[in-house]
Design a protein around this ligand. Structure first.
Ligand SMILES: [Zn+2]
Length: 462
């Protein structure tokens, strides 16, 4: 079963590569994970330590590479390949790239800026993911079980973001309309504090970063307060390990206050749909901010490779097939994807060939909303960097032709995977449950207490 799957996937590999390498975006997210690398067995075992991924604003994967380390030297071919892809397709450089480290240029040019210098020279901004920034404070905290932990985290979130007043007013109106008589005696602040759920807040109210100076003042204030009695639990144990620890972390964190701001004037939200609640029409938003869509992908990644361990060749097939499916699912779930696309296929080059044939036969294309794939260049994906180290000069077509031959010749490979696992297909997820879409607002630690929300007239950062 697994064998048949691999042989058929070997035939599709070029299409998968083309689909992934025809993916673009204007807001990119760059992040790495280690987890999937442990699954690599056989000759490949121990050769890959990091799986680095770049995603776009829809959560689709542009590139995924496994390398032995995350150094500039090892990452450079990936970055060069990606920039070359944009050049060949005549695509404008991305506007923004979110990272979990390497953002800062206070002392020198940052590592991400070095990697993507063609893009940063042409105006691409590098931003630190706010979730990661908030997470870094944990180094100075005693434990996340401390009763003041959530309070501090929500104060940090409230220090970074203000909430759009008009969105909030509409949401309050919708909630009031549900129980007009019961809620008549409540003020708007009480409605916000008591009746608005985290979920509603993160989906129906846009957030705007408040500026580096303002965030600095608010965080300082929260830290000063929690250094005192307000930061102790019932046994007089402080949330902060000690004063020096939190001061040290905060000093480092201040370097990144500019890195977490939304670019001035940049709209960070798109409306995914409208929802009518109690007669009030609410816009449901999705944000391009942050790198959380990659966290959804990272938690899904290990499931793409069936079983606890996998040799390099099948690993590569499972990985590319998995990413191609992931990307198609994100596209179908997205606004553009839903409008007028007739076919749900996991290989976009198939749509391209369908279109070409229909054009020849009937004079019109079958999928008018479809952007043709860009012919794959010299980019390498997945384990190809590792493959290339063991056979120089490395040619991708030759490598896969050889792999196909080996697979077909080697008929007696034993099956170590339960039947059916390899053929599992994901169901098309509803947008609401789409992990690729998870917005930064859905994380507990990023949701402030509702009684201390700061409202703003702005819809974008000043
Ligand atoms: Zn920074």
């Amino acid at each position: 079963m697994r064998k048949a799957f691999l042989i058929s996937e070997a035939d599709n590999i070029e299409d998968y590569r083309t689909q992934i390498m025809s993916t673009f975006g204007q807001v990119l997210k760059y992040d790495s994970t280690k987890k999937i690398c442990k699954k690599l067995s056989g000759d490949g075992k121990g050769t890959a330590e990091w799986c680095t991924n770049v995603a776009n604003e829809q959560g689709q994967i542009l590139i995924s590479v496994l390398t032995c380390e995350e150094s500039l030297e090892k990452m450079r071919p990936m970055a060069e390949g990606l920039m070359e892809r944009y050049r060949r397709a005549d695509e404008a450089p991305p506007e923004l790239m979110y990272v979990d480290r390497g953002c800062c240029r206070i002392h020198a040019v940052s590592s991400v800026e070095q990697l993507f210098s063609d893009w940063t020279d042409r105006g691409m901004l590098v931003r630190l993911d706010i979730f990661h920034w908030i997470h870094r404070f944990d180094a100075a905290l005693r434990t996340d079980h401390h009763p003041k932990y959530a309070l501090f985290k929500s104060a940090l979130s409230a220090a970074v973001f203000a909430y759009n007043k008009d969105d909030m007013a509409l949401l309050v109106q919708a909630i009031r309309a549900g129980h007009p008589t019961n809620y008549a005696s409540l003020t708007d602040s009480q409605i916000i504090e008591l009746r608005i759920s985290k979920y509603d807040l993160s989906h129906y109210v846009r957030r705007i970063t408040v500026s580096a100076q303002e965030t600095c003042v608010r965080v300082q204030c929260a830290i000063d307060l929690l250094k005192g009695a307000a930061g102790m639990d019932e046994n007089q144990v402080h949330l902060f390990k000690d004063s020096a620890a939190i001061d040290h972390v905060w000093e480092n964190q201040q370097k990144h206050l500019e890195c977490i701001q939304d670019p001035p004037g940049r709209n960070m939200y798109t409306i995914t749909k409208y929802v009518t609640r109690n007669g009030v029409r609410l816009a449901r938003y999705s944000t391009v901010r942050g790198s959380n869509s990659l966290e959804g992908f990272h938690s899904f990644l290990p499931d793409m490779i069936p079983g606890p361990h996998c040799a390099a060749v099948p690993f590569q097939f499972y990985l590319l097939a998995g990413i191609a499916r992931w990307n198609s699912n994100r596209e179908s779930a997205s606004v553009q994807g839903r409008k007028g696309r007739k076919h749900m296929v996991y290989m976009s080059p198939l749509v391209h060939r369908l279109n070409q044939r229909c054009q020849e036969l009937f004079g019109e294309v079958e999928e008018a909303k479809y952007r043709p794939p860009v012919p794959a260049g010299d980019e390498r994906i997945g384990l190809e960097y590792l493959f290339s180290q063991s056979s120089e000069p490395f040619s991708t077509p030759d490598h896969y032709a050889q792999t196909r031959e080996t697979l077909q010749a080697d008929e007696d490979e034993d099956e170590d995977v339960p039947a059916g696992v390899a053929e599992e297909e994901e169901e098309l997820q509803e947008e609401d449950d789409d992990v690729g879409y998870s917005s930064d607002g859905e994380r507990d630690s990023l949701t402030p207490l509702r009684n201390r929300l700061c409202l703003t007239d702005q819809a974008v950062a000043a």
